[in-house]
Write a protein of this length. Sequence first.
Lengths: 372, 256
Amino acid sequence: MPYADLDLEAGRRNGTVWVTLPNTNFDPEKGHRLYNRYLDELEYGEKLGFDVVAVNEHHQTAYGLMPSPIVTASALARRTTRAKIAILGSALPLRSHPLTIAEEHAMIDVISGGRLISGFVRGIGAEYHTFGVNPTFSHDRFHEAHDLIVRAWTEPGPFSFRGHHYDVKYVNLWPRPYQKPHPPIWIPSQGSKETIDWASHPDHRYTYLQTFSPAKVVARYLRMYRDTCAGYGYRAEDSQLGWAVPVYVGETDESAREEAKKHFEAFRNVYVKMPLEMLLPPGYTSRESLKNVMKAKAQMFGDVTLEQAVELGLFVCGSAQSVRSNFEKYWSEMKFGNLLVMCQFGTLPADLTRASMERFARDVMPALKALK
Amino acid sequence: MAFGDHSVEVDGCKTHYRRSGKGTPLVFLHGASGAPVVLPFMEKLAERFDVVVPDHPGYGQSGEPEWLENIHDVAYFYLDFLAALELEKAVVVGSSMGGWMAMEMAVRNTSRIGALVLVSPAGVKAGGAEPADIFLLPQEEMVRGLFHDSKFAEARLAIPETPESVDLGLKNRHTTARLAWEPRLHDPHLPKWLHRIDVPVHIVWGREDRILPVGIGHELKRLMPKAGLHVFERCGHLPQVEKMEEFCELVFRSCK
Protein backbone atom coordinates (compact mmCIF):
# COMPACT_ATOMS: atom_id res chain seq x y z
CA MET A 1 0.00 0.00 0.00
CA PRO A 2 2.68 2.49 -1.07
CA TYR A 3 2.26 6.21 -1.30
CA ALA A 4 2.29 5.92 -5.08
CA ASP A 5 2.02 9.67 -5.59
CA LEU A 6 5.42 10.15 -4.01
CA ASP A 7 7.82 12.58 -5.62
CA LEU A 8 10.38 9.88 -6.38
CA GLU A 9 13.17 12.40 -6.69
CA ALA A 10 12.49 13.59 -3.13
CA GLY A 11 12.75 9.97 -2.01
CA ARG A 12 16.00 9.44 -3.89
CA ARG A 13 17.53 12.66 -2.60
CA ASN A 14 16.73 11.68 0.97
CA GLY A 15 18.45 8.31 0.44
CA THR A 16 15.40 6.49 1.81
CA VAL A 17 11.64 6.95 2.14
CA TRP A 18 11.77 5.49 5.66
CA VAL A 19 12.12 7.24 9.02
CA THR A 20 13.48 10.59 7.85
CA LEU A 21 11.56 11.52 4.68
CA PRO A 22 9.51 14.55 5.80
CA ASN A 23 5.80 13.79 5.97
CA THR A 24 5.15 17.08 4.18
CA ASN A 25 5.65 14.84 1.12
CA PHE A 26 2.32 13.20 1.97
CA ASP A 27 -0.80 14.85 0.57
CA PRO A 28 -3.88 13.68 2.54
CA GLU A 29 -6.23 14.25 -0.42
CA LYS A 30 -4.12 12.01 -2.63
CA GLY A 31 -3.89 9.64 0.34
CA HIS A 32 -7.68 9.51 0.51
CA ARG A 33 -7.91 8.40 -3.11
CA LEU A 34 -5.08 5.89 -2.71
CA TYR A 35 -6.55 4.21 0.38
CA ASN A 36 -9.88 3.73 -1.30
CA ARG A 37 -8.26 2.50 -4.47
CA TYR A 38 -6.15 -0.08 -2.63
CA LEU A 39 -9.06 -1.30 -0.52
CA ASP A 40 -11.12 -1.63 -3.70
CA GLU A 41 -8.32 -3.72 -5.23
CA LEU A 42 -8.19 -6.01 -2.19
CA GLU A 43 -11.95 -6.48 -2.32
CA TYR A 44 -11.70 -7.15 -6.05
CA GLY A 45 -9.23 -9.92 -5.18
CA GLU A 46 -12.02 -11.80 -3.45
CA LYS A 47 -14.30 -11.39 -6.48
CA LEU A 48 -11.56 -12.75 -8.72
CA GLY A 49 -11.31 -15.90 -6.63
CA PHE A 50 -8.22 -15.34 -4.52
CA ASP A 51 -8.37 -17.45 -1.34
CA VAL A 52 -6.82 -14.81 0.88
CA VAL A 53 -6.46 -11.06 0.88
CA ALA A 54 -3.48 -9.85 2.88
CA VAL A 55 -2.46 -6.64 4.60
CA ASN A 56 0.69 -5.70 6.48
CA GLU A 57 2.15 -3.14 8.87
CA HIS A 58 4.83 -0.51 8.33
CA HIS A 59 5.45 2.74 10.09
CA GLN A 60 6.41 6.27 9.16
CA THR A 61 7.27 5.55 5.56
CA ALA A 62 6.11 6.20 2.02
CA TYR A 63 6.75 2.48 1.37
CA GLY A 64 3.42 1.58 2.86
CA LEU A 65 0.44 3.50 4.17
CA MET A 66 -0.60 0.82 6.65
CA PRO A 67 0.78 1.71 10.06
CA SER A 68 -2.18 -0.26 11.36
CA PRO A 69 -3.15 -3.42 9.46
CA ILE A 70 -5.96 -3.66 11.97
CA VAL A 71 -7.71 -0.76 10.26
CA THR A 72 -7.43 -2.22 6.77
CA ALA A 73 -8.30 -5.74 7.90
CA SER A 74 -11.33 -4.39 9.73
CA ALA A 75 -12.53 -2.60 6.62
CA LEU A 76 -12.11 -5.83 4.65
CA ALA A 77 -13.88 -7.90 7.28
CA ARG A 78 -17.09 -6.04 6.53
CA ARG A 79 -16.70 -5.81 2.76
CA THR A 80 -15.72 -9.40 2.00
CA THR A 81 -17.62 -12.58 2.73
CA ARG A 82 -15.56 -15.55 1.62
CA ALA A 83 -11.86 -14.80 1.41
CA LYS A 84 -9.59 -15.20 4.40
CA ILE A 85 -8.08 -11.99 5.68
CA ALA A 86 -4.39 -12.23 6.50
CA ILE A 87 -2.60 -9.73 8.69
CA LEU A 88 1.04 -10.27 7.75
CA GLY A 89 1.71 -9.31 10.32
CA SER A 90 1.28 -7.36 13.48
CA ALA A 91 4.63 -6.17 14.85
CA LEU A 92 4.44 -7.52 18.39
CA PRO A 93 7.48 -5.87 20.02
CA LEU A 94 6.47 -2.42 18.81
CA ARG A 95 3.26 -2.46 20.85
CA SER A 96 3.57 -1.48 24.46
CA HIS A 97 0.85 -4.00 25.31
CA PRO A 98 0.42 -7.22 23.31
CA LEU A 99 -3.05 -7.81 24.71
CA THR A 100 -4.26 -5.03 22.40
CA ILE A 101 -3.18 -7.23 19.48
CA ALA A 102 -4.85 -10.30 20.98
CA GLU A 103 -8.05 -8.29 21.35
CA GLU A 104 -8.05 -6.67 17.91
CA HIS A 105 -7.25 -9.90 16.06
CA ALA A 106 -9.96 -11.69 18.05
CA MET A 107 -12.45 -8.95 17.13
CA ILE A 108 -11.67 -9.30 13.42
CA ASP A 109 -11.89 -13.07 13.67
CA VAL A 110 -15.30 -12.88 15.34
CA ILE A 111 -16.65 -10.15 13.05
CA SER A 112 -15.50 -12.05 9.94
CA GLY A 113 -16.84 -15.36 11.21
CA GLY A 114 -13.43 -16.99 11.51
CA ARG A 115 -11.75 -15.70 8.39
CA LEU A 116 -8.65 -14.24 10.03
CA ILE A 117 -5.09 -15.44 9.48
CA SER A 118 -2.90 -13.90 12.16
CA GLY A 119 0.62 -13.00 11.25
CA PHE A 120 3.24 -12.07 13.81
CA VAL A 121 6.37 -10.12 12.98
CA ARG A 122 8.97 -8.12 14.86
CA GLY A 123 8.69 -5.07 12.58
CA ILE A 124 11.67 -4.19 10.42
CA GLY A 125 14.80 -2.54 11.77
CA ALA A 126 13.76 0.94 10.63
CA GLU A 127 10.73 0.73 12.90
CA TYR A 128 12.93 0.42 15.97
CA HIS A 129 14.31 3.81 14.97
CA THR A 130 10.89 5.34 14.43
CA PHE A 131 9.34 3.97 17.62
CA GLY A 132 12.37 4.10 19.88
CA VAL A 133 11.72 0.52 21.00
CA ASN A 134 15.01 -1.09 22.01
CA PRO A 135 16.03 -3.54 19.25
CA THR A 136 18.24 -5.56 21.60
CA PHE A 137 15.08 -6.74 23.38
CA SER A 138 13.20 -7.35 20.13
CA HIS A 139 13.41 -11.16 20.14
CA ASP A 140 12.61 -11.42 23.86
CA ARG A 141 9.61 -9.15 23.58
CA PHE A 142 8.38 -10.95 20.47
CA HIS A 143 8.47 -14.35 22.14
CA GLU A 144 6.90 -13.16 25.34
CA ALA A 145 4.18 -11.20 23.51
CA HIS A 146 3.44 -14.28 21.39
CA ASP A 147 3.09 -16.45 24.49
CA LEU A 148 0.76 -13.96 26.11
CA ILE A 149 -1.41 -13.61 22.98
CA VAL A 150 -1.78 -17.35 22.36
CA ARG A 151 -2.55 -18.03 26.01
CA ALA A 152 -5.06 -15.16 26.04
CA TRP A 153 -6.75 -16.72 22.98
CA THR A 154 -6.83 -20.27 24.30
CA GLU A 155 -6.93 -20.37 28.11
CA PRO A 156 -10.06 -19.59 30.09
CA GLY A 157 -9.71 -16.26 31.87
CA PRO A 158 -9.09 -14.60 34.10
CA PHE A 159 -5.54 -15.78 34.67
CA SER A 160 -2.38 -13.90 35.49
CA PHE A 161 0.64 -13.63 33.20
CA ARG A 162 3.96 -12.95 34.85
CA GLY A 163 6.55 -12.19 32.19
CA HIS A 164 9.76 -10.25 32.15
CA HIS A 165 8.48 -7.57 29.79
CA TYR A 166 4.72 -7.90 30.31
CA ASP A 167 3.05 -8.45 33.62
CA VAL A 168 -0.73 -8.72 33.72
CA LYS A 169 -2.87 -9.58 36.70
CA TYR A 170 -6.07 -10.29 34.76
CA VAL A 171 -5.86 -11.84 31.31
CA ASN A 172 -9.47 -12.35 30.39
CA LEU A 173 -10.03 -11.70 26.72
CA TRP A 174 -13.40 -10.48 25.48
CA PRO A 175 -14.06 -11.46 22.75
CA ARG A 176 -12.38 -14.86 22.46
CA PRO A 177 -11.47 -15.69 18.86
CA TYR A 178 -14.02 -17.38 16.60
CA GLN A 179 -11.67 -20.10 15.32
CA LYS A 180 -10.67 -23.04 17.53
CA PRO A 181 -8.22 -23.17 19.10
CA HIS A 182 -7.22 -19.82 17.57
CA PRO A 183 -6.69 -18.19 14.16
CA PRO A 184 -3.89 -19.77 12.11
CA ILE A 185 -0.56 -18.06 12.74
CA TRP A 186 1.80 -17.19 9.92
CA ILE A 187 5.31 -15.93 10.34
CA PRO A 188 6.52 -13.68 7.52
CA SER A 189 10.31 -13.41 7.48
CA GLN A 190 13.22 -12.28 5.37
CA GLY A 191 14.89 -15.47 6.47
CA SER A 192 16.69 -16.31 9.68
CA LYS A 193 17.63 -19.57 11.34
CA GLU A 194 16.33 -18.37 14.70
CA THR A 195 12.89 -17.62 13.24
CA ILE A 196 12.75 -20.96 11.42
CA ASP A 197 13.76 -22.91 14.53
CA TRP A 198 11.00 -21.18 16.45
CA ALA A 199 8.21 -21.23 13.83
CA SER A 200 8.75 -24.89 12.92
CA HIS A 201 8.93 -26.08 16.53
CA PRO A 202 6.38 -28.87 17.18
CA ASP A 203 4.59 -26.60 19.68
CA HIS A 204 4.06 -24.01 16.92
CA ARG A 205 4.13 -25.48 13.37
CA TYR A 206 3.42 -22.00 12.07
CA THR A 207 3.30 -21.23 8.39
CA TYR A 208 6.62 -19.70 7.41
CA LEU A 209 6.34 -17.07 4.70
CA GLN A 210 9.55 -16.02 2.98
CA THR A 211 9.09 -12.45 1.76
CA PHE A 212 10.62 -10.57 -1.18
CA SER A 213 13.80 -12.58 -1.67
CA PRO A 214 15.56 -14.05 -4.72
CA ALA A 215 14.08 -17.47 -5.60
CA LYS A 216 17.32 -19.23 -4.67
CA VAL A 217 17.15 -17.69 -1.19
CA VAL A 218 13.47 -18.64 -0.87
CA ALA A 219 14.32 -22.23 -1.81
CA ARG A 220 17.19 -22.31 0.70
CA TYR A 221 15.04 -21.11 3.61
CA LEU A 222 12.06 -23.29 2.76
CA ARG A 223 14.40 -26.27 2.61
CA MET A 224 15.87 -25.20 5.95
CA TYR A 225 12.34 -25.11 7.38
CA ARG A 226 11.61 -28.64 6.14
CA ASP A 227 14.94 -29.92 7.44
CA THR A 228 14.33 -28.31 10.81
CA CYS A 229 10.91 -29.99 11.03
CA ALA A 230 12.55 -33.31 10.18
CA GLY A 231 15.07 -32.61 12.94
CA TYR A 232 12.16 -32.14 15.31
CA GLY A 233 10.87 -35.53 14.20
CA TYR A 234 7.95 -34.63 11.98
CA ARG A 235 7.29 -34.02 8.31
CA ALA A 236 6.42 -30.45 7.31
CA GLU A 237 3.11 -30.05 5.50
CA ASP A 238 3.27 -27.97 2.30
CA SER A 239 0.74 -25.69 3.96
CA GLN A 240 3.45 -24.69 6.46
CA LEU A 241 5.45 -23.06 3.66
CA GLY A 242 4.76 -19.85 1.83
CA TRP A 243 6.39 -17.42 -0.53
CA ALA A 244 5.47 -13.74 -0.91
CA VAL A 245 6.60 -12.23 -4.19
CA PRO A 246 5.65 -9.31 -6.45
CA VAL A 247 4.03 -10.50 -9.65
CA TYR A 248 2.97 -8.80 -12.85
CA VAL A 249 1.07 -10.56 -15.61
CA GLY A 250 0.86 -8.86 -19.02
CA GLU A 251 -0.48 -9.87 -22.41
CA THR A 252 2.98 -10.87 -23.58
CA ASP A 253 6.40 -11.13 -21.95
CA GLU A 254 7.49 -7.96 -23.70
CA SER A 255 4.46 -5.88 -22.81
CA ALA A 256 4.57 -7.13 -19.22
CA ARG A 257 8.15 -5.99 -18.77
CA GLU A 258 7.51 -2.72 -20.51
CA GLU A 259 4.45 -1.95 -18.38
CA ALA A 260 5.96 -3.00 -15.08
CA LYS A 261 9.50 -1.74 -15.48
CA LYS A 262 9.46 1.74 -14.02
CA HIS A 263 6.95 0.83 -11.33
CA PHE A 264 8.92 -2.18 -10.15
CA GLU A 265 12.20 -0.29 -10.24
CA ALA A 266 10.64 2.52 -8.20
CA PHE A 267 9.54 -0.12 -5.71
CA ARG A 268 12.91 -1.82 -5.47
CA ASN A 269 15.20 1.18 -5.84
CA VAL A 270 13.27 3.92 -4.06
CA TYR A 271 10.55 2.54 -1.78
CA VAL A 272 12.46 -0.41 -0.33
CA LYS A 273 15.84 1.25 -0.04
CA MET A 274 17.42 2.27 3.24
CA PRO A 275 20.91 2.43 4.69
CA LEU A 276 22.36 -0.50 6.62
CA GLU A 277 22.27 1.35 9.94
CA MET A 278 18.53 1.86 9.50
CA LEU A 279 17.78 -1.65 8.29
CA LEU A 280 19.70 -3.50 10.96
CA PRO A 281 20.00 -1.70 14.27
CA PRO A 282 22.09 -3.44 16.94
CA GLY A 283 20.43 -6.54 18.36
CA TYR A 284 17.76 -6.77 15.67
CA THR A 285 19.69 -9.71 14.22
CA SER A 286 22.55 -11.77 15.60
CA ARG A 287 25.96 -10.19 15.08
CA GLU A 288 26.86 -13.05 12.72
CA SER A 289 23.88 -12.29 10.47
CA LEU A 290 24.75 -8.61 10.59
CA LYS A 291 28.29 -9.35 9.43
CA ASN A 292 26.97 -11.43 6.53
CA VAL A 293 24.80 -8.53 5.44
CA MET A 294 27.76 -6.16 5.70
CA LYS A 295 29.70 -8.46 3.36
CA ALA A 296 26.83 -8.54 0.85
CA LYS A 297 26.26 -4.81 1.22
CA ALA A 298 27.05 -3.75 -2.34
CA GLN A 299 24.69 -6.37 -3.74
CA MET A 300 21.87 -5.71 -1.27
CA PHE A 301 21.97 -1.94 -1.24
CA GLY A 302 22.67 -1.24 -4.91
CA ASP A 303 20.01 -0.68 -7.55
CA VAL A 304 18.41 -3.65 -9.32
CA THR A 305 16.82 -3.48 -12.77
CA LEU A 306 13.61 -5.28 -13.64
CA GLU A 307 15.57 -7.65 -15.88
CA GLN A 308 17.96 -8.55 -13.05
CA ALA A 309 15.07 -8.98 -10.63
CA VAL A 310 13.27 -11.36 -13.00
CA GLU A 311 16.49 -13.31 -13.49
CA LEU A 312 16.91 -13.59 -9.71
CA GLY A 313 13.29 -14.60 -9.17
CA LEU A 314 12.87 -11.54 -6.99
CA PHE A 315 10.01 -10.55 -9.29
CA VAL A 316 7.83 -12.77 -11.46
CA CYS A 317 6.78 -10.90 -14.59
CA GLY A 318 5.60 -11.96 -18.02
CA SER A 319 2.69 -13.34 -19.97
CA ALA A 320 0.26 -15.57 -18.12
CA GLN A 321 1.89 -18.58 -19.70
CA SER A 322 5.39 -17.56 -18.61
CA VAL A 323 4.28 -16.67 -15.09
CA ARG A 324 2.45 -19.98 -14.80
CA SER A 325 5.35 -22.07 -16.02
CA ASN A 326 7.75 -20.11 -13.80
CA PHE A 327 5.67 -20.83 -10.74
CA GLU A 328 5.22 -24.46 -11.76
CA LYS A 329 8.97 -24.80 -11.97
CA TYR A 330 9.50 -23.03 -8.64
CA TRP A 331 6.77 -25.09 -7.05
CA SER A 332 8.26 -28.38 -8.18
CA GLU A 333 11.50 -27.33 -6.43
CA MET A 334 9.99 -25.87 -3.28
CA LYS A 335 6.46 -27.27 -2.83
CA PHE A 336 5.22 -24.14 -1.11
CA GLY A 337 1.57 -24.57 -0.12
CA ASN A 338 0.91 -20.84 -0.08
CA LEU A 339 1.78 -18.28 -2.70
CA LEU A 340 1.25 -14.68 -1.78
CA VAL A 341 1.30 -12.57 -4.91
CA MET A 342 1.91 -8.90 -4.41
CA CYS A 343 -0.24 -7.56 -7.23
CA GLN A 344 0.49 -3.90 -6.61
CA PHE A 345 3.99 -2.57 -5.99
CA GLY A 346 5.67 0.84 -6.08
CA THR A 347 3.92 3.20 -8.42
CA LEU A 348 1.93 0.59 -10.38
CA PRO A 349 -1.31 2.37 -11.29
CA ALA A 350 -4.84 1.06 -10.77
CA ASP A 351 -5.56 0.03 -14.37
CA LEU A 352 -2.39 -2.04 -14.71
CA THR A 353 -2.86 -3.54 -11.26
CA ARG A 354 -6.38 -4.71 -12.07
CA ALA A 355 -5.47 -6.01 -15.50
CA SER A 356 -2.61 -8.02 -14.02
CA MET A 357 -4.81 -9.36 -11.22
CA GLU A 358 -7.42 -10.45 -13.75
CA ARG A 359 -4.92 -12.26 -15.94
CA PHE A 360 -3.40 -13.93 -12.91
CA ALA A 361 -6.78 -15.05 -11.59
CA ARG A 362 -7.99 -16.30 -14.96
CA ASP A 363 -4.91 -17.79 -16.57
CA VAL A 364 -2.45 -18.61 -13.79
CA MET A 365 -4.21 -19.28 -10.51
CA PRO A 366 -6.33 -22.32 -11.53
CA ALA A 367 -3.26 -24.21 -12.74
CA LEU A 368 -1.32 -23.39 -9.57
CA LYS A 369 -4.20 -24.42 -7.32
CA ALA A 370 -4.26 -27.78 -9.11
CA LEU A 371 -0.60 -28.50 -8.34
CA LYS A 372 -0.18 -31.43 -5.96
CA MET B 1 55.28 2.50 33.16
CA ALA B 2 53.40 0.36 30.68
CA PHE B 3 49.80 -0.65 31.21
CA GLY B 4 49.36 -4.32 32.05
CA ASP B 5 46.35 -6.46 31.12
CA HIS B 6 44.36 -7.95 33.98
CA SER B 7 41.16 -9.84 34.48
CA VAL B 8 38.86 -10.18 37.45
CA GLU B 9 35.51 -11.89 37.82
CA VAL B 10 32.87 -9.57 39.27
CA ASP B 11 29.19 -10.55 39.55
CA GLY B 12 29.90 -13.52 37.32
CA CYS B 13 31.34 -11.29 34.59
CA LYS B 14 34.89 -11.81 33.43
CA THR B 15 36.13 -8.22 33.46
CA HIS B 16 39.16 -7.13 31.51
CA TYR B 17 41.07 -4.06 32.66
CA ARG B 18 44.35 -2.33 32.11
CA ARG B 19 46.30 -0.81 34.97
CA SER B 20 49.36 1.38 35.39
CA GLY B 21 50.81 3.91 37.81
CA LYS B 22 50.88 4.49 41.54
CA GLY B 23 49.03 6.67 43.99
CA THR B 24 45.38 7.52 44.35
CA PRO B 25 43.29 5.15 42.25
CA LEU B 26 41.71 6.64 39.13
CA VAL B 27 39.16 4.55 37.27
CA PHE B 28 38.51 5.61 33.68
CA LEU B 29 35.09 4.56 32.37
CA HIS B 30 35.13 4.57 28.60
CA GLY B 31 32.42 5.72 26.19
CA ALA B 32 30.32 3.92 23.59
CA SER B 33 33.24 2.97 21.36
CA GLY B 34 35.13 1.24 24.17
CA ALA B 35 38.79 1.50 25.16
CA PRO B 36 40.50 -0.90 22.76
CA VAL B 37 43.95 0.70 23.10
CA VAL B 38 45.96 2.67 25.65
CA LEU B 39 45.70 6.34 24.74
CA PRO B 40 48.19 9.12 25.57
CA PHE B 41 45.94 10.69 28.21
CA MET B 42 45.86 7.38 30.10
CA GLU B 43 49.65 7.25 30.16
CA LYS B 44 49.83 10.86 31.27
CA LEU B 45 47.32 10.29 34.11
CA ALA B 46 49.31 7.20 35.15
CA GLU B 47 52.25 9.51 35.97
CA ARG B 48 50.37 10.59 39.09
CA PHE B 49 47.54 8.09 39.60
CA ASP B 50 47.01 4.36 39.86
CA VAL B 51 45.01 4.25 36.64
CA VAL B 52 42.52 1.42 36.07
CA VAL B 53 40.78 1.20 32.68
CA PRO B 54 38.14 -1.54 32.65
CA ASP B 55 36.17 -2.75 29.65
CA HIS B 56 32.52 -2.45 30.71
CA PRO B 57 30.41 -5.61 30.81
CA GLY B 58 29.33 -6.20 27.21
CA TYR B 59 32.26 -4.25 25.79
CA GLY B 60 35.80 -4.98 24.59
CA GLN B 61 37.33 -8.06 26.15
CA SER B 62 34.88 -8.28 29.04
CA GLY B 63 32.07 -10.81 29.23
CA GLU B 64 28.46 -10.31 28.21
CA PRO B 65 26.50 -11.25 31.35
CA GLU B 66 22.87 -12.29 31.13
CA TRP B 67 21.94 -9.75 33.78
CA LEU B 68 23.07 -6.77 31.74
CA GLU B 69 19.84 -5.02 30.84
CA ASN B 70 20.12 -1.39 31.79
CA ILE B 71 22.41 1.34 33.10
CA HIS B 72 21.48 0.58 36.71
CA ASP B 73 22.90 -2.92 36.34
CA VAL B 74 26.19 -1.33 35.24
CA ALA B 75 26.17 1.04 38.23
CA TYR B 76 25.81 -1.80 40.74
CA PHE B 77 28.40 -3.81 38.85
CA TYR B 78 30.97 -1.00 39.09
CA LEU B 79 30.33 -0.49 42.79
CA ASP B 80 31.15 -4.19 43.16
CA PHE B 81 34.17 -3.75 40.88
CA LEU B 82 35.59 -0.98 43.12
CA ALA B 83 35.12 -3.30 46.09
CA ALA B 84 36.65 -6.27 44.28
CA LEU B 85 39.80 -4.27 43.55
CA GLU B 86 39.68 -2.77 47.07
CA LEU B 87 39.94 0.72 45.66
CA GLU B 88 39.52 3.58 48.15
CA LYS B 89 38.77 7.25 47.41
CA ALA B 90 38.88 6.47 43.71
CA VAL B 91 38.69 9.32 41.24
CA VAL B 92 36.11 8.09 38.74
CA VAL B 93 36.62 9.67 35.31
CA GLY B 94 33.86 8.85 32.86
CA SER B 95 33.62 9.81 29.22
CA SER B 96 30.21 10.00 27.54
CA MET B 97 28.44 6.69 28.40
CA GLY B 98 31.12 6.20 31.08
CA GLY B 99 30.24 9.55 32.66
CA TRP B 100 26.64 8.45 32.85
CA MET B 101 27.73 5.26 34.60
CA ALA B 102 29.83 7.29 37.03
CA MET B 103 26.82 9.38 38.05
CA GLU B 104 24.60 6.31 38.39
CA MET B 105 27.23 4.79 40.70
CA ALA B 106 27.63 7.90 42.78
CA VAL B 107 23.93 8.51 43.44
CA ARG B 108 23.88 5.01 44.92
CA ASN B 109 27.09 4.88 46.94
CA THR B 110 30.19 7.06 47.19
CA SER B 111 31.94 5.13 49.97
CA ARG B 112 34.81 4.18 47.64
CA ILE B 113 34.68 7.29 45.45
CA GLY B 114 36.81 10.39 46.09
CA ALA B 115 35.73 12.56 43.16
CA LEU B 116 33.96 12.42 39.82
CA VAL B 117 35.24 13.82 36.55
CA LEU B 118 32.40 13.76 34.03
CA VAL B 119 33.68 14.21 30.50
CA SER B 120 30.80 15.16 28.19
CA PRO B 121 28.65 12.56 29.92
CA ALA B 122 25.37 11.13 28.72
CA GLY B 123 22.74 10.51 31.38
CA VAL B 124 20.47 13.55 31.49
CA LYS B 125 18.47 15.32 28.83
CA ALA B 126 18.38 19.04 28.26
CA GLY B 127 15.93 21.11 26.24
CA GLY B 128 17.43 22.33 22.99
CA ALA B 129 20.45 20.02 23.27
CA GLU B 130 19.45 16.99 21.20
CA PRO B 131 22.13 14.27 21.04
CA ALA B 132 23.32 13.10 17.62
CA ASP B 133 21.67 9.86 16.48
CA ILE B 134 24.67 7.65 17.12
CA PHE B 135 22.76 4.58 15.90
CA LEU B 136 21.78 6.03 12.54
CA LEU B 137 24.96 7.90 11.61
CA PRO B 138 27.17 5.98 9.19
CA GLN B 139 30.41 4.92 10.88
CA GLU B 140 32.62 7.45 9.11
CA GLU B 141 30.34 10.39 9.88
CA MET B 142 30.18 9.21 13.46
CA VAL B 143 33.97 9.36 13.79
CA ARG B 144 34.06 12.79 12.17
CA GLY B 145 31.36 13.95 14.56
CA LEU B 146 33.51 13.08 17.57
CA PHE B 147 36.15 15.74 16.92
CA HIS B 148 36.35 19.45 16.27
CA ASP B 149 39.81 19.22 14.69
CA SER B 150 39.46 16.92 11.70
CA LYS B 151 43.05 15.68 11.96
CA PHE B 152 41.99 13.53 14.92
CA ALA B 153 39.17 12.04 12.86
CA GLU B 154 41.49 11.40 9.93
CA ALA B 155 43.96 9.64 12.22
CA ARG B 156 41.25 7.42 13.64
CA LEU B 157 39.76 6.65 10.22
CA ALA B 158 43.23 5.73 8.94
CA ILE B 159 43.47 2.80 11.36
CA PRO B 160 42.81 -0.27 9.19
CA GLU B 161 39.85 -2.48 10.07
CA THR B 162 40.56 -6.04 11.14
CA PRO B 163 38.07 -8.89 11.67
CA GLU B 164 38.71 -8.48 15.40
CA SER B 165 38.05 -4.75 15.38
CA VAL B 166 34.82 -5.31 13.43
CA ASP B 167 33.68 -7.89 16.01
CA LEU B 168 34.55 -5.60 18.90
CA GLY B 169 32.80 -2.68 17.23
CA LEU B 170 29.58 -4.70 16.82
CA LYS B 171 29.76 -5.97 20.38
CA ASN B 172 30.24 -2.46 21.80
CA ARG B 173 27.46 -1.10 19.62
CA HIS B 174 25.10 -3.83 20.76
CA THR B 175 25.67 -3.07 24.43
CA THR B 176 25.38 0.67 23.88
CA ALA B 177 22.01 0.08 22.26
CA ARG B 178 20.92 -2.17 25.10
CA LEU B 179 21.78 0.52 27.67
CA ALA B 180 20.98 3.72 25.84
CA TRP B 181 18.53 3.14 22.98
CA GLU B 182 15.45 4.12 24.92
CA PRO B 183 15.23 6.43 26.73
CA ARG B 184 17.91 7.70 24.38
CA LEU B 185 21.18 8.28 26.24
CA HIS B 186 19.58 9.34 29.49
CA ASP B 187 17.83 8.06 32.59
CA PRO B 188 14.74 10.14 33.42
CA HIS B 189 15.10 9.20 37.10
CA LEU B 190 18.72 10.28 37.46
CA PRO B 191 18.12 14.05 37.94
CA LYS B 192 15.93 13.31 40.98
CA TRP B 193 18.90 11.86 42.87
CA LEU B 194 21.97 13.78 41.69
CA HIS B 195 21.86 15.76 44.96
CA ARG B 196 22.95 12.58 46.71
CA ILE B 197 26.42 12.83 45.19
CA ASP B 198 28.50 14.03 48.15
CA VAL B 199 31.98 14.07 46.57
CA PRO B 200 33.53 16.80 44.40
CA VAL B 201 32.23 16.75 40.81
CA HIS B 202 34.03 18.25 37.81
CA ILE B 203 32.15 18.50 34.55
CA VAL B 204 34.26 18.82 31.40
CA TRP B 205 32.88 19.61 27.94
CA GLY B 206 34.04 20.60 24.48
CA ARG B 207 32.32 23.72 23.18
CA GLU B 208 31.93 22.16 19.73
CA ASP B 209 30.67 18.77 20.90
CA ARG B 210 28.39 17.52 18.11
CA ILE B 211 27.48 14.21 19.80
CA LEU B 212 26.23 15.54 23.14
CA PRO B 213 25.87 19.32 22.88
CA VAL B 214 27.34 21.46 25.66
CA GLY B 215 23.80 22.47 26.66
CA ILE B 216 23.63 19.16 28.52
CA GLY B 217 26.66 20.32 30.54
CA HIS B 218 24.84 23.48 31.55
CA GLU B 219 21.85 21.42 32.60
CA LEU B 220 24.09 19.18 34.72
CA LYS B 221 25.62 22.25 36.33
CA ARG B 222 22.10 23.46 37.13
CA LEU B 223 21.28 20.08 38.67
CA MET B 224 24.58 19.96 40.60
CA PRO B 225 25.28 23.60 41.47
CA LYS B 226 28.42 22.81 43.45
CA ALA B 227 30.06 21.03 40.52
CA GLY B 228 32.76 22.75 38.49
CA LEU B 229 32.03 23.17 34.78
CA HIS B 230 35.05 23.45 32.46
CA VAL B 231 34.33 24.07 28.81
CA PHE B 232 37.22 23.64 26.36
CA GLU B 233 37.11 25.87 23.29
CA ARG B 234 37.63 24.42 19.80
CA CYS B 235 37.03 20.95 21.14
CA GLY B 236 34.59 18.13 20.33
CA HIS B 237 33.20 15.17 22.24
CA LEU B 238 36.52 13.77 23.48
CA PRO B 239 38.48 16.49 25.35
CA GLN B 240 40.77 13.82 26.80
CA VAL B 241 41.98 13.15 23.24
CA GLU B 242 41.64 16.52 21.54
CA LYS B 243 42.90 18.62 24.49
CA MET B 244 44.99 15.93 26.16
CA GLU B 245 47.48 18.18 28.03
CA GLU B 246 44.90 20.65 29.31
CA PHE B 247 42.57 17.83 30.26
CA CYS B 248 45.20 15.99 32.31
CA GLU B 249 46.31 19.26 33.95
CA LEU B 250 42.72 19.86 34.95
CA VAL B 251 42.45 16.39 36.50
CA PHE B 252 45.79 16.83 38.32
CA ARG B 253 44.71 20.25 39.61
CA SER B 254 41.20 19.25 40.69
CA CYS B 255 41.77 15.77 42.07
CA LYS B 256 44.92 15.81 44.14
